[in-house]
Design a protein around this ligand. Sequence first.
Ligand SMILES: C[S@@+](CC[C@H](N)C(=O)[O-])C[C@H]1O[C@@H](n2cnc3c(N)ncnc32)[C@H](O)[C@@H]1O
Length: 243
Amino acid sequence: MMTSPESEVKIAQMFDKVAPRYDFLNALLSMRQDKRWRKKLVSLCSDHDNASYLDVATGTGDVIAAIGESRPKAKELYGVDISEQMLSLADVKTKSSQFSSKLKFDVMSAEHLEFEDARFDTVSISFGLRNVIDKKKALSEFARVLKPGGKLLILEFFSPDNTLFAHLFQWYFHQILPKIGGLFSDREAYHYLPKSVGSFYSYEELNKVLLELGFEHKRTVSYLFGSCRLVFLSKKCLIEESS
Ligand SMILES: C[S@@+](CC[C@H](N)C(=O)[O-])C[C@H]1O[C@@H](n2cnc3c(N)ncnc32)[C@H](O)[C@@H]1O
């Protein structure tokens, strides 16, 4: 019987184990849809010169690499994750890129971002938030390190709406995905994935927390009948009134 990893160390160990097959399995299990979803995320990032970007739970670095490619005038690009193995693959994939001098990967938890307040123009997290133990703490860290008006992009799986497709998706997610994942990679990790979606915020709950933290909702792009959503927000600019 699979138990959910209860500590950040265990989650990091789990992703260390799946790292070598992660990209291959991602493409296979999502039928290459993951590329399209991440591309959309990148298209919504800040696009002015000298912008700073942070991709949290960056994994093998595809999002931050795509930002680097599409934003040649970026000032700095950061990818952080708790799994050293994921980050070392990200490093290998990007080390000969044109933007490598601006790109830095660091072992760091979403819950404790080691950056000063208001440093970044865009913070992104794709398929990572559900793995974070204290999600609210991580979201408040995103608010802290973003500049006022900065963009937050969250790409994540959610429990789908109650339609026929939703039942199909649930069957795929709970029955097929763990079997294929277990065949090519760490069995335990791919059993944990559907569980982590079940225990994640609903879309409405996530938005409520984000609004409480001072974000303004801009747009949501929904894929596969709401099974996957790209949520785009901005950090509100607080205008001080003098009396
Ligand atoms: C499913 S992968 C997603 C990777 C990548 N963002 C992508 O889109 O392919 C989830 C990642 O979240 C990382 N992670 C889990 N908990 C984390 C935390 N508290 N802080 C930072 N990264 C975390 C894992 O190590 C893993 O690399």
